[in-house]
Ligand binder design. Structure first.
Ligand SMILES: NC(=O)c1ccc[n+]([C@@H]2O[C@H](COP(=O)([O-])OP(=O)(O)OC[C@H]3O[C@@H](n4cnc5c(N)ncnc54)[C@H](OP(=O)(O)O)[C@@H]3O)[C@@H](O)[C@H]2O)c1
Length: 391
């Protein structure tokens, strides 16, 4: 229930994706506690319409305008309002809600994340690329709107919960755990030669394609370090990564008394999503309880930046700041797409990112338009690098 005693009003940007589906599972498990305001997808009209009818959403927006007629067709006879294109997506993000789940993939989710932050709703943030490219702006928009940022990314959700009510001055480190992905035990040469079907096999998490490839390259952990820097306003040298293949400990906060606080659970995104929807209240999920005895042992090891150069590239971009994280994110999005399209083997991804970062002057952008220029410019450079490194 929300503050006025009614159901918590939820909007989902990226409703047809992996995070969107996990969010809907939490909602379906607790039907009396939630009402759906807006739903957004890019082009999956059938699934979007099916979800909208099932959840009795107020408004649905499809980003691809060519799908507008099909969406209207699917929803004809219902009272659900329908929109298409960029402005409709912004309207969906801005409608009065208690919480907006921001789960569009990539830089494409930035403008709607900012609109949600300005709206006054709480921001349940999965779209890490928004914080990487415009973290300061997202925080400023939230401060103006009055809502809170509640991370959905499992590591940041764990950090958020391990920081809750604690003495901020006593923090010595935020330690993000990483599964190590499908190539954790592979040789450097084999990783470089890996193909898309091998990179898409994540050992623990069932996620969308982009974040799954990022997990395999450990760029995901690099993006998450920058996301953590932005969300928790913490210096880069206080952030660290430890590889934890079982993905049970979702991250840790170290305090100056020598203690560390962590959040644990079986790897299922319903848990961090359910915490974000009504924080500080917790919502029931269908996730099975964690039985540590069944796991027997949890293991930890340092990350290998030689075999996973994307992690080192992201750490360098984080330390540079300014335009570097934006350029790195854009180059990575282009490189991941090119890899999935068969332009090159897995080793091409860090080559493209490195090539673009080498050409980037790290001046801090001051507006969304400046961020858009850096993003577009970096994509142009990344396409040239893709051509250079293609088979
Ligand atoms: N999946 C996870 O477990 C997980 C965990 C932590 C963080 N995250 C982060 O959460 C975000 C979403 O990840 P995901 O795995 O859920 O991705 P996904 O399965 O690929 O889903 C992406 C969603 O965004 C929509 N979308 C894509 N481009 C769009 C655009 N330009 N305009 C409007 N909607 C658009 C898609 O619609 P269509 O279906 O119509 O294409 C889909 O609903 C990413 O930033 C990821 O890093 C994900």
């Amino acid at each position: 229930m929300n503050d006025s005693g009614g159901p918590t009003r939820v909007s989902i940007l990226g409703a047809t994706g992996s995070i969107g589906s996990s969010t809907l599972r939490v909602l379906t498990h607790n039907p009396e506690q939630f009402a759906v305001v807006s739903l957004v997808a890019q082009r999956n009209v059938e699934r979007l319409a099916e979800i909208a009818l099932r959840t009795r959403a107020e408004f649905v927006a499809i980003a691809d305008e060519r799908q507008f007629a099909a969406l209207k067709d699917h929803l004809s006879g219902s009272s659900i309002e329908v929109g298409a294109g960029g402005e409709a997506v912004i309207e969906a993000a801005s409608r009065r809600a208690d919480v907006v789940v921001s789960a569009i993939t990539g830089y494409a989710g930035l403008r709607s994340t900012l609109a949600a932050a300005r709206s006054g709703a709480n921001l349940a943030l999965a779209n890490k690329e928004a914080m990487v490219t415009a973290g300061t702006m997202v925080r400023a928009a939230l401060a103006k709107g009055g809502g809170a940022l509640i991370p959905v990314d499992s590591e940041h959700a764990a950090l958020f919960q391990s920081l809750w009510g604690q003495d901020r001055d006593a923090i010595t480190q935020l330690i993000l755990t990483a599964s190590g992905g499908p190539f954790r035990t592979w040789s450097k040469e084999d990783i470089q030669q890996a193909a898309p079907d091998q990179a898409l096999k994540h050992p623990n998490w069932d996620m969308g394609a982009k974040v799954t490839i990022d997990s395999a390259s450990m760029m995901n952990k690099g993006l998450e370090l920058i996301e953590a820097q932005q969300i928790f306003d913490i210096a880069p040298d206080r952030l660290d990564v430890v590889v934890h293949p079982q993905s049970i400990v979702h991250s840790l906060v170290a305090y100056h008394d020598g203690g560390q606080l962590a959040q644990l659970g079986v790897p299922d995104m319903q848990t961090p999503i359910s915490a974000a929807l009504r924080w500080p209240k917790r919502t029931k999920t269908s996730v099975p309880p964690l039985d540590l005895a069944q796991y027997g042992s949890l293991t930890f090891e340092p990350p290998d930046r030689d075999r996973f150069p994307c992690l080192a590239l992201a750490e360098a971009a984080m330390r540079h700041g300014g335009a570097a994280p934006i350029a790195m994110n854009a180059a990575n999005e282009v490189a991941v797409r090119a890899f999935l399209d068969g332009a090159f083997r897995f080793g091409g991804i860090p080559q493209v990112v490195s090539e673009v970062l080498d050409q980037t002057v790290a001046e801090a952008p001051v507006s969304l338009d400046e961020i858009a220029v850096i993003d577009a410019d970096s994509r142009t450079k990344a396409h040239a690098a893709v051509a250079k490194f293609s088979k």
